[in-house]
Design a protein around this ligand. Sequence first.
Ligand SMILES: *Cc1c(COP(=O)(O)O)cnc(C)c1O
Length: 458
Amino acid sequence: MNGPVEPFKIKVVEPVNRPNREKRKLAIKEAGYNTFLLKSEDVFIDLLTDSGTSAMSDNQWAGMMIGDEAYAGSKNFYNFENAVKDILGYKYVVPTHQGRGAEHLMYKTLTRDGQFIPRNMYFTTSKVHVELAGGKMMDVIIDEAHDPENDHPFKGNVNLEKLEALIQEKGAEKIAFINVEMDVNMAGGQPVSMENLREVWKLGKEYGLKVIFDATRSSENAYFIREREPGYENIPINEILREMMSYSDGCIYSSKKDCLVNIGGFLATNDKEIFEKTRSMVVVYEGLHTYGGMAGRDMEALARGLREGAQYDYLKYRVNQVKYLGELLKEARVPIVQPIGGHAVFLDALKFLPHLSREKWPAQTLSAAIYEESAVRSMERGAVSKGRDKETGENIFPKLELVRLTIPRRVYTNTHIEYTANAIKNLYQKREKIAGLKMVYEPEYLRFFQARFEKVPL
Ligand SMILES: *Cc1c(COP(=O)(O)O)cnc(C)c1O
């Protein structure tokens, strides 16, 4: 098995440290066995997140030098606006400092107190912004998404029966809008099919409901449609993207993912009313409507990155590099979530460490053990992330107890991927020797960021 050929060569390098075993042991202990609390300089390969961690191209860096830092009407804004119109096909664009800025404006504009927002699985910041606007997010993803072994090709699809039943049960006037995420993050980077988007749009129109996309990973989703959906094998990615977006009234977008930049976001829409409302709000919360919290140079890098990130050769390399890591692990029988997603490989910690009870935090344990073994940084996505039940105060133990290995875009070579796979394979061979953890400090909010642990001897 080989890694995909990189469609670029390297012009600038950033040296990284590879701490020895003794240093790693100490660093993770000092971080309370929480990879969020490690210092970046103690990390050799950083697979914590794909958010804002992309490497920009020479073309993007060149764009940074022609930043027009005018308060109003920067030329980079118009370049960025044109890129969004060309690639996604929407009429109106509102810039924001990052994705959650766009979520705030869009969701507040569309949600009334007590309304419901059906969505194909929640995302952390999306759920918070919907709730702050007085709404409640309801999961309408297909059941297959909750099963780590099911290899449905479009595991991010909306379950149309669930969606329609919810609309009928609550009444259409109680639904704020239908929210569809591309390449669903919390399901493991699983795509939505074009057919499903078309059907959701049709259903929305029947009930007079707006459809809003979280298009953050739409380019990676478009690549999967081309690979997996009959009839799209020879369609250019740009055309696929435009067709996808034609089944919506608007979208929010975190540029920190598929746009290959380190900061930025926007919302886009064909609906004049949404545009006018969000454009008047952006001035209050983000900045003038021609920069929205971004510098001129950031908008130029984003304009260029949106175009580059939608190129077929790049996407093929990108998705296949993630797949390469997953296949190497599968070959060694390491338990992972199937099929391999667009931006990350997820390890099934319950199968990796079956000797640990849920109270010993298997995914947290595994993530810390991977660091100790290799200086590779990953992230827990299981019971620590899920938190406690609001009413009973008890820990919730979700079905999925996972460790996420998220691949930054264009940052690591295939040799880095092989190093990571080998480290996890070695660890898997001595898995019985891995001792669990106990939580010794628990913050009140989003505990996974700051919780601290100690080892419990086997
Ligand atoms: C990252 C992300 C967001 C939030 O964007 P930020 O740029 O981090 O504020 C929203 N939705 C999805 C699906 C994301 O992955």
